[in-house]
Design a protein around this ligand. Structure first.
Ligand code: 5GP
Ligand code: ZN
Length: 121
């Protein structure tokens, strides 16, 4: 299959489906360029995913293709932390299957509301 143009919606992408409204999600924030919704399998009392609406495979591809959009995602993680009144929290971009990435549309996990161990597994 030909490589799609960066940012183009992908038919078979779960998070593009959420952006398009084809797949339901519990939204917590939306901007012109980003969406934030609760993780379906939360690992902490707060577990929100922040995604760019445009499809980019992972955080590295997003930063390379559109640094301003990467900044939008990062700023929205802070807005989520504020909304959820998190004092301590973790922002995670799993990048590559070896690091636990399972959905290949860039996303930041905002995890908080409990004590978090370091180093992670
Ligand atoms: P990754 O493992 O790629 O870093 O994170 C993907 C995240 O997406 C996982 O934490 C997983 O629980 C979450 N997830 C998978 N499918 C769905 C879904 O259909 N809806 C929502 N809200 N989250 C999902
Ligand atoms: Zn996508």
């Amino acid at each position: 299959m030909a490589e799609e143009k960066a940012g183009t919606p992908q038919e078979d992408c779960l998070f593009c489906g959420i952006v398009a409204g084809r797949i339901p999600a519990t939204l917590v924030r939306e901007t012109e360029t980003t969406l934030a919704f609760r993780d379906i399998n939360p690992q902490a009392p707060t577990h929100v995913l922040v995604i760019p609406k445009a499809h980019h495979e992972d955080a590295a591809a997003l930063a390379a293709a559109d640094p301003a959009l990467a900044a939008d995602v990062l700023c929205e993680t802070q807005a989520v932390a504020d909304d959820e009144k998190l004092e301590s929290y973790r922002i995670v971009f799993n990048t590559g299957s070896g690091a636990g990435q399972t959905v290949f549309h860039a996303h930041a996990h905002v995890i908080g509301g409990r004590g978090l161990q370091w180093p992670p597994g």
